[in-house]
Ligand binder design. Structure first.
Ligand code: ZN
Length: 323
């Protein structure tokens, strides 16, 4: 039997860890809180402590583990496993691979969390081990990842696939990155809520305004619900968001020529109708030979994508396995 692999997904609130077999099946998984005090200095030792406990419980000696793969947030040099900065957990210049390798004496590999999720989806989820794939995640922000010729695309400074910060409105609103009109300012949950707040001022007679006045707030979920109830401003927001997303996907697909585009994240769970609108726009904007070869699908693995993809990273580095 081939050795099991450890897959770790470090997030701002929890660290998810899985013991994963060589075929990508989860043998055990658990999560611990991310301790962000003192710039997250105890996170690595917390991870190792919980991992050794679980390996003991599963009667797996440390030596039986092939290696540890990690998906971490922030700017990462995936060749060295060095985290330059991860704002939401407080790390700055954190030699993540080196530290975990020193205490575990096991091979350790790191990539960013979005890329780990893409690897997981392609290995065991909706991707189906294709060679060329583009994935985007619609949540609080808009994330993305690219697989080309069977490998994850990191780029020269780890920024490849950051589709959320492609410009879609040159004079648009300010983005978290300091620039204007990024895709994320429109197509994230936050972006949709921002669009709704602008509509509130223009449409005093809508369901949107009644909902806002009743609860004092509006969420992305409200927007989808109200659109279903026939509210015109909310339907407009969804139509515009889907159109912009379809255009962004089409542009990305023209550069990558993928056989699959995967959409994941909280906003993607809003319903088939929204996904259909995005697909219609994508088909509409795309070259026939790009569109014709490309299937658009929903991501399947949810929260497990990160740990499964992190385990794949170990296979990729140690066994030279590609898609
Ligand atoms: Zn931006």
């Amino acid at each position: 039997m081939k050795k099991p692999i450890i897959g770790i997904d470090i997030g701002g609130t929890t660290v998810k860890t899985g013991i994963i077999d060589n075929d990508g099946n989860i043998l055990d998984k658990w999560e611990i809180p991310t301790n962000r005090t003192n710039c997250g200095e105890s996170i690595v030792s917390d991870i190792w402590k919980s991992l050794t406990e679980r390996l003991d419980q599963n009667e797996m000696p440390k030596e039986s583990v092939e290696g540890i793969g990690i998906g971490a947030p922030g700017f990462i040099d995936s060749d060295t496993g060095h985290v330059f900065e991860a704002v939401n957990i407080g790390w700055k210049n954190m030699p993540l691979s080196e530290e975990l390798r020193a205490i575990s004496k096991l091979p350790v590999f790191v990539t960013n969390d979005a890329n780990a999720a893409v690897l997981g989806e392609n290995w065991k989820g909706a991707g189906g081990n294709v060679k060329n794939l583009f994935a985007l995640t619609l949540g609080t922000g808009v994330g993305g990842g690219i697989i080309v010729n069977g490998n994850i695309l990191n780029g020269e400074s780890g920024m490849a696939g950051e589709v959320g910060h492609t410009t879609v409105e040159p004079d648009g609103v300010l983005c978290n990155c300091g620039r204007r009109g990024c895709l994320e300012t429109i197509a994230s949950a936050t972006g949709m809520v921002r669009q709704a707040k602008m509509k509130i001022e223009q449409h005093s007679e809508s369901l949107l305004v009644s909902r806002y006045n009743a609860s004092g707030n509006i969420t992305a979920k409200d927007i989808f619900e109200l659109a279903n109830d026939g509210d015109v401003p909310c339907k407009d927001i969804i139509a515009y968001t889907a159109d912009v997303l379809g255009m962004a996907i089409s542009n990305a697909a023209t550069l990558i020529n993928p056989s699959k585009v995967l959409i994941g994240g909280g906003v993607s769970a809003a319903g088939e109708e929204f996904i259909q609108l995005i697909e219609d726009a994508f088909r509409n904007y795309s070259l026939a030979r790009v569109s014709g070869i490309c299937e658009l699908k929903l991501a399947q693995l949810g929260n497990d994508a990160g740990i499964i993809g992190a385990a794949f990273l170990v296979k990729n580095k140690l066994q030279n396995i590609k898609f």
